[in-house]
Design a protein around this ligand. Structure first.
Ligand code: AMP
Ligand code: GLY
Length: 424
């Protein structure tokens, strides 16, 4: 089979790596890819948003299956347009992608279908949100309020404000930070608890869970400093008890998939639940309609079933008959980031020690922001540069191996968190 993967991050490198392990795959292309992807796929210089060019490429190159990494192309309707041309593609339709592309839409959907979530109110503009906060109709003097831009904001659209005055200030700041995405604002009750993400393959009716995963979003150790796209992840079956998993299936996943069907957009693709485990049970913080980054790196190193088989089962509505196996134990991904990330990452630094790090048993290194210079050197080319990913029989051993590998890599200004898998 000839495969096309769309995107350029560590997530897409992990997806290409999984396809490369399939005995059914003859050739992988990635648009646009990165320096690490280029070791397993042919990178083609087409942007994920350039859907017409991607369709033209897929038709010309007789691509059998396309897999979409990120949300931008999904929200633009890439899946609907590929399917209109008779091209096979894995990802959420444009209608289903609204579950991620509009937080107001997602919250109304959760309310309509009885999915447990934080109390909320939607404001049509930032000034309306300020009015609501000042009127005292939402939040009070002392309690925290979460202020969210409605639209896609690459992880920058959420402020957890400590009190009402911080929330009022956040409404204005979000406009400066994310522009049009903050045209509408969702105000939410602040939930307290531990965060866990649960991803699944979905074929419209059936779902197959992946191992639960925890992301560490803040730049600094002990969860300090600004939010990032994610500084590291672990998979650990202990993140959810069997009882919690069962409740999440019954109270969230089943109503969500039934809700998508009832609302006329059956969900097919990767569904990602961002959960908060509160004293009052699990609550849904958000839907994503794609694999996470760096969740995917930790998840896919444990996938033992052929990804092509899973994709075919999704396309044919036969996921219930497809056995999906995961290696036992744990995995962890430690993100190595450039100096200045997330605000102003410096690029162009020479990376060394990669082969040495990758030679450690159980380690796989996924590239995100990397590029090859005209002299053939490997350089940093983005904020999150590498995802050092390890597998092991226990969480402790997995983290030890991941950090041993991370220590072998270096470049000027490299930064990473030393507490992945430890903090919560
Ligand atoms: P989201 O993009 O909606 O997942 O929000 C990004 C991050 O903000 C989450 O991973 C949480 O850490 C935090 N967050 C979002 N909503 C809430 C909430 N209602 N209560 C507490 N924290 C939240
Ligand atoms: N790591 C968070 C995300 O991909 O949404």
């Amino acid at each position: 089979m000839r495969i096309l993967v769309i995107g350029s991050g560590g997530r897409e490198h992990a997806i290409c790596y999984s396809f490369a392990r399939s005995s059914r795959v003859e050739k992988i292309f990635c648009a646009p890819g990165n320096a690490g992807v280029a070791t397993v796929a042919e990178c083609i210089p087409i942007k994920p948003e350039d859907i017409d060019s991607l369709i033209e490429f897929a038709a010309r190159e007789s691509i059998d299956l396309t897999f979409v990494g990120g949300e931008t192309a999904l929200a633009l309707g890439i899946v609907d347009q590929f399917e209109k041309r008779g091209l096979k593609i894995i990802g959420a339709s444009m209608s289903a992608a609204r579950l991620e592309a509009s937080k107001a839409f997602a919250k109304d959907f959760m309310a309509r279908h009885g999915v447990p979530t934080a109390k909320y109110v939607t404001a049509d503009s930032p000034s309306k949100a300020i009015e609501i906060l000042e009127s005292g109709h939402f939040g009070d003097e002392l309690s925290a309020v979460v202020v969210k831009a409605d639209g896609l904001a690459a992880g920058k659209g959420v402020v957890v404000a400590r009190d009402r005055s911080e929330a009022i200030a956040a409404c204005g700041e979000l406009v400066d930070l994310v522009g049009d995405a903050a045209e509408q604002i969702v105000l939410e009750e602040c939930l307290i608890g531990r965060e866990v993400s649960l991803l699944m393959f979905v074929d419209g009716n059936n779902f197959a869970l992946m191992p639960p995963v925890r992301d560490h979003k803040r730049i600094g150790e002990h969860d300090t400093g600004p939010n990032t796209g994610g500084m590291g992840t672990i998979t650990d079956s202990g993140l959810l008890t069997p009882k919690q998993s069962q409740e999440i299936i019954e109270d969230m996943i089943e109503p969500t998939l039934a809700g998508c069907l009832a609302d006329g957009f059956p969900f097919r693709g990767i569904l990602f639940l961002g959960l908060m485990l509160t004293d009052g049970g699990a609550k849904l913080l958000e839907y994503n309609v794609r694999f996470g980054d760096p969740e995917t790196q930790s998840i896919l190193v444990r996938l033992e079933t052929d990804l092509v088989d899973i994709c075919e089962a999704m396309l044919e509505g036969k996921l219930a008959e497809q056995k999906i196996e995961w290696s036992s134990g744990n995995s962890a991904c430690v993100v190595l980031a450039a100096e200045g990330y997330p605000l102003k990452p410096r690029t162009g630094d020479l990376i060394s020690g990669l082969d040495d790090a990758a030679s450690i048993d159980g380690v796989t290194i996924f590239h995100a922001g990397t590029a090859i210079s005209s002299d053939g050197d490997l350089l940093t080319a983005g904020g999150r540069v590498l995802g050092v990913t390890a597998r092991g029989v226990s969480l402790e051993e997995t983290l030890r191996v991941a950090y041993a590998a991370a220590e072998r890599v270096s470049w000027s200004g490299m930064q990473y968190r030393r507490d992945i898998g430890k903090a919560h």
